[in-house]
Design a protein around this ligand. Structure first.
Ligand code: SAH
Length: 213
């Protein structure tokens, strides 16, 4: 996502208070302390401007959510939006998901959401796609045994690639659709992301898969 540089981004990030976890590696194994409860933890990787994890946190107050984003200009918007709302079960971190094992212990996470992840269209960049076998191996290390990954995108090429990676990496496809917004069953409880609003409004079908090991 190309974004205009935000004015005073660093200072404004500092003002985010407890919403932003500044040293995520220090929370490894003890994330529950920062939420002060034992509820399960769901992570969104590449949360962008935060609409999805904010909406989910509001809808499911008994689940803890962590939004991970490597672009601080997008993250700042997510932080400033959530600061206006009374939400206790949401935190954000500025972090590259390739190093997930530095911040979560094996089996600390119940669910991972990947929404409209960067497509990395060149074949030589395939391992950077968040649904590549390399990333699935990273998720394998932090997700509970019965944990799931939910992936949405309007990019059919990336979705087809992901459908192939799933069995290659030893994961199972639990459910999938090439047109989420016309799939009544899979739409139950759907929370829209920024990209989902944008691309579905111009008529792009949204694909979704749910996978587990
Ligand atoms: N999920 C949002 C944004 C999608 S754009 C939505 O659906 O509207 C993809 C986002 O993923 C970008 O903000 C990008 O910075 C972030 N991202 C891509 N690779 C990442 C990585 N390895 N770690 C953390 N964030 C990543």
């Amino acid at each position: 996502m190309r974004m205009r540089k935000k004015k005073n981004c660093a200072v404004r990030m500092e003002n985010a208070g407890r919403l932003l976890i500044r040293e995520p590696a220090e929370q490894i194994g003890v994330w529950k302390h920062c939420f002060q409860n034992d509820n399960e933890i769901h992570v969104e990787i590449g949360c962008g401007k935060g609409n999805f994890c904010i909406g989910m946190a509001q809808k499911y107050p008994n689940v803890n959510f962590i939004g991970i984003e490597k672009c601080d200009d997008a993250l700042l918007i997510a932080l400033e939006k959530s600061a206006q709302l009374p939400i206790d079960n949401l935190r954000f971190i500025s972090f590259d998901a390739k190093d997930l094992k530095e911040i979560f212990t094996p089996a600390e996470i119940r669910r991972i959401y990947l929404n409209f992840s960067d497509p990395w269209p060149k074949a030589r960049h395939a391992s950077r796609r968040l649904t590549s076998r390399e990333f699935l191996a990273r998720y394998d290390k932090i997700l509970k045994e019965d944990g799931t990954i939910e992936f949405k995108t309007d990019n059919r090429g990336l979705f087809d690639f992901s459908l192939e990676e799933v069995p290659e990496a030893g994961w199972k496809l639990e459910a999938h659709t090439f047109d989420l917004h016309h799939n009544e069953e899979m739409m139950v409880g759907n929370v829209m992301t920024e990209y989902e609003e944008k691309f579905s409004s111009i008529g792009n079908p949204i694909c979704k898969m749910i996978i587990r090991r």
